[in-house]
Write a protein that binds this ligand. Structure first.
Ligand SMILES: Cc1cc2nc3c(=O)[nH]c(=O)nc-3n(C[C@H](O)[C@H](O)[C@H](O)COP(=O)(O)OP(=O)(O)OC[C@H]3O[C@@H](n4cnc5c(N)ncnc54)[C@H](O)[C@@H]3O)c2cc1C
Length: 496
């Protein structure tokens, strides 16, 4: 049953949304809405792991901070970064208490791995290479049984309800109704923007809805030019989300080779294959260009096959499904869009610039990542700031802004806007990818503005319409941000 008022509405069922909702006291009512099924999210696909320190250790925290700063080109917000790292221990232990089974060695100790940019082993993983799936599975079991949390699946948030820079809730598309839902606080946990690129590791729900909604509500949006491209997605020509080959594979000793078989990372960085992700992606791009190829190879054939099958069961099986036995063959890989570093500006309490509106996870810009995210810090960001948002909600005594929730019956269109969606993806892939220049950005801007204008004249009430409008909105924001930043830094690389 939908109530007329909630203490908190959480939008999104990835790690940011689930962990925020779970940390809210039982005395507060929470509505969790999600666009598809509960289990569909970037979080559920996370492979490599979650970074952090299990034990309180100031020296270890400082080294983690230093690695994050190096990866982020020192553009990180120091107070947010300190919060992220210093609160990692409590939150990781909290995940263990929630039932997450991180992988352990024969002595029962939690195993740690390394990924690009980490100078030491500090990444916890679960299910071998299925960390996200395992975390989400544990949290979902708790969320569905917590009596103060109401869940609405297959429900799309369309727009925030705003008056005088204050958020009162959200309008959603639920079955064939548009419903206005009211709450004391609303948290955007809507994830990434991968769907606006032709090649991405993200699932198709990642259309940047939260960022577009916040933008329409006039919240601050920041650093959207920093789009992280993962250097090693399985290379295949067919359309659709690309399968990620986790950086942990390089962390455990994998080599990158160009199509001529030459191991090349020593030309670019002293950390070789474990250089920060932006450097590896740009190096791979360069090698592909120099060898006239659209991919390079990841080589793990020198590693023990038994270890590979045990440590990377998902990757081993998926590659086998694609016809590549990684224990004896090279894995074809290429960079694809992976993570949005920027987003809705939030402070260290997850507060946006709009009163009663919070944001957490990939849709927000907490400042922890700077100009480029250090691997495995994003899952950590979801839990650290999720708990902070929950704490604020637990402590606040809001006066209820009750209005009876309004429902409008509508006639849904089944138009799918597929052509426009593909047009946006192609233009972004071609012009706003790893390597950028002014001329291409301006061309992209022109096309996206035309698409936005056309969409205004061809509005039909359906999920596909709201998604494609959001995609065009976020694409325009990314292009504007990329045009403004004329220098190369972090994962924004200008060749002009
Ligand atoms: C393949 C892959 C591997 C990764 N590996 C790692 C890793 O090893 N370590 C790491 O730290 N990070 C990793 N990442 C990044 C990390 O998974 C994400 O940054 C993080 O999980 C984001 O969590 P989130 O909760 O913010 O968003 P998501 O997990 O993407 O969740 C967003 C949710 O919002 C919902 N939603 C979106 N729009 C709407 C709307 N309009 N209305 C209602 N609901 C909506 C979606 O359906 C979804 O449920 C990986 C990402 C991918 C794609």
């Amino acid at each position: 049953m939908i109530l007329s008022y909630y203490d908190l509405i959480v939008i999104g069922s990835g790690l940011a949304g689930l962990y925020t909702a779970l940390n809210v006291n039982r005395s507060k009512s929470v509505l969790l809405i999600t666009k598809a099924e509960l289990s569909i999210s970037n979080s559920a696909l996370a492979q490599g792991g979650i970074a952090g320190e299990l034990k309180h250790d100031d020296a270890a925290y400082e080294r983690h901070i230093e690695d994050t700063l190096l990866a982020g080109a020192y553009m990180n917000n120091m107070s947010a970064l300190k919060t992220l790292v210093y609160e990692s221990s409590d939150n990781l232990n909290n995940l263990i208490n929630y039932g997450v089974n991180f992988d352990r060695d024969d002595n029962g100790e939690i195993m740690l791995t390394r990924e690009g940019g980490h100078r030491e082993r500090r990444i916890l993983h679960a299910g071998g290479d299925a960390t996200g799936r395992e975390i989400i599975k544990s949290l979902l079991q708790l969320v569905v049984h917590k009596e103060n949390i109401t869940i609405l699946e297959n429900t799309m948030a369309i727009d925030l309800i705003i008056n005088n820079n204050k958020c009162f809730g959200v309008s959603v598309l639920h079955k064939d109704k548009i419903i206005s839902l009211y709450a004391g606080a609303t948290a955007l946990c809507t994830g990434g923007i991968g769907e606006i690129y032709k090649n991405s590791t993200n699932p198709s729900v990642a259309t940047g809805d939260g960022i577009a909604m916040a933008y329409r509500a006039e919240a601050n949006i920041n650093n959207l030019e920093f789009i992280q491209f993962h250097p090693t997605a399985f290379y295949k020509k067919t359309e659709g989300a690309k399968f990620l080959i986790s950086e942990a594979v390089r962390g455990e000793g994998g080599y990158l080779r160009n199509v001529e078989g030459f191991r090349f990372m020593d030309k670019y960085h002293h950390l070789l294959e474990l250089a920060p992700r932006d450097i590896v992606s740009q190096s791979v791009y360069r090698e592909m260009y120099d060898t006239w190829s659209d991919h390079v190879y990841l080589d793990v054939t020198h590693l023990d096959p038994k270890f590979l099958r045990k440590r990377f069961p998902t990757i081993y099986q998926k590659c086998l499904d694609y016809g590549v036995d990684i224990t004896n063959s090279l894995i074809p890989v290429a960079p694809v869009e992976h993570f949005s570093v920027g987003g809705i500006t939030v402070d260290i309490f997850g507060k946006t610039t709009i009163e009663n509106l919070y944001a957490n996870g990939e849709c927000c810009d907490s400042g922890v990542h700077g100009a480029n995210r250090l691997a495995s810090n994003s899952l950590l960001e979801c839990i650290v700031f999720g708990r902070r948002i929950a704490k604020t909600i637990n402590e606040c005594h809001v006066t209820k802004n009750i209005k009876n929730f309004a429902t409008h019956e509508i006639t849904l269109s089944n138009f799918n806007y597929g052509d426009i969606r593909m047009q946006i993806k192609e233009i972004m892939e071609r012009n706003v990818g790893i390597v950028r220049k002014k001329e291409n950005l301006l061309n992209a801007k022109q096309v996206i503005m035309k698409i936005k204008a056309d969409l205004r004249n061809d509005a039909r009430v359906c999920k596909a319409y709201y998604e494609v409008v959001n995609m065009a909105t976020v694409a325009a924001l990314i292009i504007d941000a990329a045009l403004k930043r004329k220098d190369s830094i972090g994962c924004h690389f200008r060749i002009d």
